[in-house]
Ligand binder design. Structure first.
Ligand code: ADP
Length: 450
């Protein structure tokens, strides 16, 4: 899309850095592949930024999983406790969202896990489960080095969490200690997974070709099935199936500067004001926690140059974090010149004076930022697809950004198609409730094997 007149040219100059060339994406895919291999190598892993953690989940479900399971889902916007019943292809679940107050998100680990244990207690009490012993699966979606199916050591908090005394510790041990401190619930955590594995497992329950799990929500991350012979760090057994799911933690790509050639001034500002500067650079260029802010910074820049809203902004538009990523979806969902959603967003931002031209420019900025995000995520998926020795692969995708953005899916299909080797067939499939269902499936298998 090229805008016509002079003013458009000025706008174009300020947002051009969001537009990357095909060669840039190709180069990024090669960088990504290199980083995957570095993370997998025994010698190279210690200095790798993309950590490629083996998950100890070895296979997709066979459909015979059954029983009642509890699941915890922590690491997204909401903390949830779930009760899941598996019975072949039939899955039923009940869940409840519990708030994690800000002071707990940035408090101590003990406070966090006491809070979680209290929520489990409330949930079990409400479902009349206090007298039962139900196996629990924990979807804990932060970077962890796993040392077993139910041992996960947090490497670093991300996505706005920062509880003291948890990094470097086994989160399952901390959970069990909190449960013990209460003494009034009988719950044992048999498996800890992250949301990517949850998405993959949940989708694989009905589609055996599913071999990649992708999250595009608050953060971004992916997992995939890798052959054991390629996993330098593998310290488990070499029984069949000779494969394991690898949690890439690809959000950390770029933490060594390898994405600097595509970063914009807006990306640098977002990073600078985040609670983890210098970390999760790829994630910050893609995911829902940051996309709205990137757009806001670009809009503010245009406004300050007199190219938007006649130069007059609002306190809201000047407030960090106030331009939500859902606005990007809303604005891009306007399909005609009435700009109904866009105007609604402008109203919410208390902007007083805006023209149709302003609507068009805002929509253009949103589309540049979201297209770049979709293409960057595609680079990662294509790198995984090209790495895998398979013809047909289903990619399970979860997260509100993918789910609600009007063009994300189509943009990704287009870019991945461009980047994968000839003959490769893939599908992007929306994964429903992977964090709950996936945890239950993994827990069911662990429970059967013990
Ligand atoms: P999580 O990844 O935290 O488990 P979600 O998948 O719901 O949870 O993702 C939440 C993120 O999605 C937030 O950063 C939010 O800004 C973003 N988001 C929420 N609604 C939308 C939407 N309609 N369009 C795009 N992004 C959205």
């Amino acid at each position: 899309k090229i805008l016509p007149d002079y003013e458009d040219m000025l706008v174009e100059n300020l947002v051009r850095p969001f537009i990357l060339k095909d060669e840039d994406y190709k180069r990024l895919m090669d960088i990504m592949l290199g980083e995957f291999n570095k993370g997998l190598g025994k010698e190279t892993n210690p200095t790798a930024k993309v950590k490629m953690y083996p998950t100890y989940v070895r296979d997709v479900p066979d459909g015979s999983e059954n029983g009642n399971f509890l699941a915890l889902d922590l690491g997204g916007t909401n903390f949830r406790v779930l009760l899941i019943n598996l019975n072949g292809q039939e899955v039923t679940m009940e869940s409840k969202i519990y708030l994690i107050p800000q002071h707990i998100m940035t408090g101590t680990g003990e406070q966090l896990f006491d809070h979680i244990a209290e929520c489990i207690h409330k949930f079990m009490s409400n479902h009349d489960l206090l007298k039962e012993k139900i196996p629990l699966g924990f979807t804990f979606s932060f970077p962890c080095k796993q040392i077993g199916l139910n041992h996960a050591i947090l490497t670093q908090w991300t996505k706005g969490f920062k509880c003291e005394g948890v990094e470097g510790e086994d989160v399952v041990r901390l959970l069990h200690e909190a449960i013990k401190r209460r003494g009034d619930i009988d719950v044992e955590c048999l498996a800890v997974i992250n949301d990517t594995v949850g998405a993959l497992m949940s989708c694989a329950h009905s589609d055996r070709d599913c071999a990649i799990g992708l999250i595009l929500g608050t953060g971004t991350n992916a997992c995939y099935i890798e052959k054991l012979e390629n996993v330098g760090l593998w310290d488990g057994d070499y029984n069949e199936p000779k494969q394991v799911m690898i949690n890439t933690e690809w959000g950390a790509l770029g933490d060594d500067g390898c994405l600097d050639f595509v970063k914009t001034e807006y990306d640098r500002q977002v990073d600078k004001h985040s609670i983890n500067p210098g970390r999760q650079i790829y994630e910050k260029m893609i995911s829902g926690m940051y996309m709205g802010e990137i757009v806001r910074l670009a809009l503010e820049k245009l406004r300050k140059h007199g190219l938007l809203f006649g130069g007059k902004g609002s306190e809201e538009l000047s407030t960090r974090g106030r331009f939500y990523t859902k606005y990007v979806s809303e604005i891009e969902s306007d399909v005609d010149d009435h700009f109904k959603n866009t105007k609604q967003v402008f109203e919410e931002l208390a902007l007083e004076k805006y023209s149709d031209e302003d609507c068009r420019i805002a929509q253009y900025v949103c589309s540049l930022v979201s297209t770049r995000a979709a293409f960057l995520a595609s680079v990662g998926v294509a790198a995984l697809l090209n790495k895998m020795d398979r013809q047909d692969v289903t990619v399970a995708v979860d997260g509100s950004l993918y789910r609600f953005h009007p063009h994300f899916h189509d943009l990704m299909v287009e870019k991945i198609q461009q980047l994968v080797k000839p003959g490769m067939k893939f599908k992007l499939m929306l994964s429903h409730d992977g964090s709950g269902k996936g945890a239950a499936i993994v827990t069911a298998v662990a429970n059967r094997l013990r």
